[in-house]
Every structure is written in C-alpha cells, then in structure tokens.
Design a protein around this ligand. Structure first.
Ligand code: SF4
Length: 151
C-alpha cells in the first residue's frame, strides 16, 4: 500500500532534488539542513512513500537558510536556475511537475533514465556537482536501495 504522510499529503520533492538525495553524504548548508535532509532521505527511500514532483521549494528546502517562502534565493538567479534544473530532470524522467509516484516506481525511473555521465549536463552550474560525481555510482543502485528499506 502506498503511504502518505500523517496529514494525508504526499512528500513534495523538487525534481532536481531526486539527484541531490542520491548524492547526499552528510554535507549541507547548516546543521538543521543536514538533519532534515537525513529525515527526508529516509522517507523518500521508504519503498511505498508517495512522492509528489514539484518545481518550487519542497521538503528539503523547508530547512534551508536560502529559502524565502517558496523561492530559492541563494543567488540572484537561483530561483530560475533551479526551476530550469527541475524541468530538465522531469523531462528526462518522462514525468510532469505535479505527478505523484510511489517511491519504488520513481527510483526505478531514475535508475533507468539517468546515467552518471548525464550529471554534468543535468546539473550544470550546481556547486555540488563535483562532489556528487564522486558518488555517482549510487545512481546505479537507486532502486536496490529502495528495495532494501523496511516497509
Ligand atoms: S539552495 Fe535553494 S533549491 Fe537548494 S535546498 Fe536551498 S532553497 Fe532549496
């Protein structure tokens, strides 16, 4: 059965944050940010969590010092850049902004449609890119991670 959060909602994730979740190894913008990231990560990889794909601030941005309302204000052009990144990744995955998918299905899509060699193009301009590339082998095991989590 697909799980919703206690309030009945799905977990909102920006399309580009699917890749950030795979690359996350404990670094972030603040202690609060990394703690929240760990929680979101655990929920997002729980096999039957329902994830809603968005192109505005999400469950990860919620604890980010660079969020203002539903906008990323990290740099002058961050709102537009991150929005474009979300569109690129949604298109690559063949999904639409607003789609809701069970975690297992979504990570299988990521595994099937995004290869580590795609990251420089998909994540062009991201300050974490070099860091993520070191761990890009994780992309290949995205779905198996999902399969290993507790139901
Ligand atoms: S930098 Fe911007 S897109 Fe990234 S988590 Fe913070 S608010 Fe969200």
């Amino acid at each position: 059965m697909v799980k919703r959060k206690k309030d009945g909602a799905s977990l909102e994730i920006r399309a580009h944050h699917l890749l950030c979740l795979l690359g996350f190894r404990g670094l972030g913008y603040s202690k609060e940010f990394t703690e929240n990231m760990r929680n979101v990560l655990a929920t997002a990889f729980s096999a039957d969590t329902l994830l809603k794909i968005v192109d505005r601030c999400d469950a990860i941005c919620a604890s980010c010092p660079y969020r203002e309302g539903s906008e990323c204000v990290k740099k002058k052009d961050s709102a537009e850049k991150t929005w474009r990144q979300d569109q690129r990744i949604a298109i690559r995955l063949g999904i639409k902004i607003g789609d809701e998918l069970p975690s297992r299905e979504l990570w299988a899509l990521v595994r099937g449609r995004i290869a580590p060699l795609d990251l420089p193009q998909l994540c062009d301009g991201c300050e974490w890119l070099d860091y993520c590339l070191r761990f890009s082998a994780e992309l290949a095991s995205a779905a198996s991670k999902c399969n290993n989590v507790r139901e």
